[in-house]
Design a protein. Structure first.
Length: 249
């Protein structure tokens, strides 16, 4: 599904990614961990096409297509989804209108007719149940006045509506209490199929105990320096990253 080869990227004059190699197959869940500043969020931003970052070397292929040649909106229409670490508020734009515009833009890209109003509302009701999102929130502006947990649930709700092929969850556990994390994790797990995949970016293994990855990577100084199974996340939780830093010297 995703093939990242020798990816280098920078913001301004600062080189952040220094040769990332990553392969993700359909149906797989990969976790990416690493110290602050190692390039985790930069990798997610580059994959979805954030214009602040410049790719200086390397290739990224997504379902056989050159991802780096695509506009950010086309990457989304092709099936990429990013759940932000800090979801932004969009005053004046209701959740209903926001989701209808997103769904119909994707359908237009796929050569499909817009969803009828009744079908759209039915879809909204079905997907809200996935993350236990209060129906009242869908009538408010996007994320405006939402608590931290509500914002994260809302992001997973958007993921449920858009049905991406590859979802990137960038520290979606940040700021969540145990109950909110459980609801978000359960929602993510319900959306998992053999046809879609996920990248979970996190510092802690508590989220990974709920969203169980098959593969765990450690990103350090802009490169993936260690790859293993779930036991690697446990080792990091117990020992921190000092052993990675020593091995990288």
């Amino acid at each position: 599904m995703l093939e990242v080869r020798n990816l280098h990227a920078r913001i301004g004059d600062k080189e952040i990614l220094n040769g990332v190699n990553l392969t993700i197959k359909a149906g797989e869940t990969h976790a990416i961990m690493g110290p602050n500043g190692s390039g985790k969020s930069t990798l997610s931003a580059v994959l979805v096409g954030n214009p602040l970052y410049e790719v200086t070397e390397g290739e990224v292929w997504f379902n056989g297509k050159n991802l780096l040649d695509m506009k950010p909106e086309d990457r989304a229409h092709e099936g990429l989804f990013l759940s932000f670490q800090y979801p932004v508020e969009i005053p004046g734009v209701s959740m209903n209108n926001f989701m209808k515009a997103a769904i119909n833009a994707k359908r237009k890209y796929q050569g499909l007719e817009p969803l009828k109003a009744a079908d759209f509302m039915k879809l909204m009701r079905e997907k809200r149940k996935v993350v236990e999102l209060d129906a009242k929130l869908s009538n408010r502006s996007v994320n405006e006045g939402f608590s931290g947990g509500e914002k994260k649930r809302n992001e997973i709700f958007q993921m449920a509506m858009l049905e991406p092929k590859l979802a990137i969850l960038d520290e979606t556990d940040s700021g969540l209490d145990v109950d909110a994390m459980r609801i978000v994790a359960e929602g993510v797990n319900k959306l998992q199929t053999s046809e879609n995949s996920r990248i979970v970016i996190t510092h802690y293994d508590r989220l990974l105990e709920m969203i169980r990855p098959q593969v765990v990577h450690v990103l350090y100084q802009g490169r993936i320096v260690e790859t293993g199974g779930p036991e690697l996340a446990t080792k990091i939780q117990n020992e921190g990253y000092e052993w990675i830093k020593k091995e990288a010297v």
